[in-house]
Design a protein around this ligand. Structure first.
Ligand code: F1P
Length: 348
C-alpha cells in the first residue's frame, strides 16, 4: 500500500512524471553529469540499487558510500555531480553530517530522499524526494526500503528522460513501475510457503546470502534484516565472489539464500549454486518465475517469485526476504519490532 501511495502521488495517469524534486529541480537534474549517494544501513542498500538503475538507464556514473565514512575522506568532487542523501528518518547523525559537509564541498546540488517532510535532512537539502512510507512501527526498515526503491526508480526515470533514453524503453519502464504494487501483492501471497521454510533457519547460527548485479544489494538487505531481527549472523556476497573466500564456510550446517533473476546472469548464478550444493550447503533459492528453474535444489527449497520485470525485480524480491527474516525471528522468539541494541533513528 505504501508503494502504491508513493507512485500514485507522483505519476500522472499516463505514466508521465511530474517535476517531483522541488522548485528548480529539473534545472539542476538536467545539468547533472554524475551522482554521489550516501546513506546508512538499509538506506545504503537502496542507494546501491539506484546505482545499477541510474547507470543502466540514464547512463550517468554513480558512486555510493556509507554516510559514516564520507566526511572523513578527502573527497574529489567531479564537476556537475549531484549529492544524494537517503534516509528514512532524515535525522540519522552520520547522514546529516555528510549532507552538511557536502554543502561545503560544492556539488551541483543536494537531494534528500526521505520519509519525513519536516526532518532536518529535508529542510537542509536543495531538492527533496519524499518516499511517503508512512510511520513504521518496527525499528528495522521494511516498507521504508521498498518506498525508497520506488522513489529512486522515479529519480532514475527522470534522469533517463533528461538524458535521452529511447521513448519506447522509457514507456516500458514506466509501465513496469506502475505494475509494482500488484507485483508486491503477489509476493506477499508467498507468505505461507516462506513461514514454513523459516523453521529450517531457527537452529542455525549463520547464513549466507547471494545475489548478482542489481540483486547483490537485495541480498545485502536480506542478510541485514535477518541479523537485525533474528540475531542470526548473516552475510551477503555477490555470488561470483563465493570462490574468493566464503566458499570455505560452506558445509551442511550453512544455509545459503540466493536470489535468482531471469536473464544473462542466471547461468552464472546456477554454476555458483552448484558449488554450494557440491559442498552440502542447504540452498534456499528465490527464483524469478521467468528464470524457468523448477527443480528444488538439493536439500533446500525453491520459491518462485513473479518479479514482474527486470526493472522492478529488486523491490519485489525484497518482500520474500523480509518475510523470511520476520518468520525466523518470530519462531526464535525475538522482539521483531524492538530488536536489542538498535534504535529507529541513530542521532548520535
Ligand atoms: C538508517 C538505519 C536503518 C536501520 C536502523 C538504524 O536509518 O541504519 O536503516 O534499520 O533503524 O538506522 P535512516 O537514516 O534510513 O533513518
Amino acid at each position: 500500500r505504501a508503494v502504491a501511495d508513493t507512485l500514485e502521488a507522483r505519476i500522472h495517469a499516463h505514466g508521465v512524471l511530474p517535476n517531483v524534486f522541488g522548485v528548480g529541480g529539473d534545472e539542476v537534474l538536467a545539468t547533472v553529469r554524475g551522482l554521489h549517494i550516501v546513506a546508512c544501513g538499509t538506506s545504503y542498500h537502496a542507494g546501491l540499487v539506484a546505482k545499477y538503475w541510474i547507470e543502466s538507464h540514464a547512463r550517468l556514473p554513480v558512486s555510493v558510500e556509507v554516510a559514516s565514512e564520507y566526511r572523513y575522506r578527502d573527497v574529489v568532487v567531479p564537476p556537475d555531480t549531484l549529492f544524494v542523501a537517503i534516509s528514512q528518518s532524515g535525522e540519522t547523525a552520520d547522514t546529516l553530517a555528510a549532507l552538511r559537509e557536502a554543502r561545503r564541498r560544492g556539488y551541483r546540488g543536494t537531494l534528500a530522499v526521505c520519509n519525513v517532510p519536516e526532518s532536518s535532512l529535508v529542510r537542509e537539502a536543495d531538492l527533496k524526494l519524499m518516499t511517503r512510507a508512512g510511520p513504521e512501527i518496527g525499528v528495522a526498515s521494511t516498507k521504508a526500503f521498498t518506498t525508497q526503491l520506488t522513489a529512486l526508480a522515479l529519480l532514475t526515470l527522470r534522469l533517463a528522460g533528461l538524458n535521452g533514453i529511447d521513448a519506447d524503453r522509457y514507456a516500458a519502464l514506466c509501465a513496469e513501475l506502475m505494475h509494482l504494487p500488484r507485483a508486491i501483492d503477489d509476493a506477499l501471497a508467498l507468505e505461507p510457503a516462506i513461514a514454513e521454510l523459516a523453521a529450517r533457519f531457527v537452529p542455525r547460527q549463520h547464513a549466507l546470502f547471494l545475489g548478482r548485479g542489481v540483486h547483490y544489494p537485495v541480498a545485502l538487505e536480506g542478510a541485514l534484516k535477518l541479523k537485525e531481527i533474528s540475531y542470526i549472523h548473516a552475510e551477503a556476497y555477490p555470488a561470483g565472489e563465493l570462490k574468493h573466500g566464503p566458499l570455505a564456510l560452506v558445509d551442511e550446517s550453512m544455509p545459503v539464500v540466493a536470489v535468482a533473476p531471469s536473464g544473462p546472469l542466471l547461468e552464472k548464478l546456477k554454476s555458483n549454486l552448484q558449488e554450494v550444493r557440491a559442498r552440502g550447503g542447504e540452498l534456499f533459492v528465490f527464483a524469478d518465475t521467468r528464470a524457468g528453474m523448477d527443480e528444488t535444489p538439493g536439500t533446500g527449497a525453491l520459491i518462485r517469485v513473479d518479479a514482474g520485470g527486470d526493472f522492478i525485480a529488486p523491490a519485489v524480491f525484497t518482500i520474500p526476504l523480509q518475510l523470511l527474516a520476520y518468520h525466523v525471528a518470530v519462531l526464535r522468539g525475538t522482539d521483531v519490532d524492538q530488536p536489542r541494541n538498535l534504535a529507529k533513528s541513530v542521532t548520535v
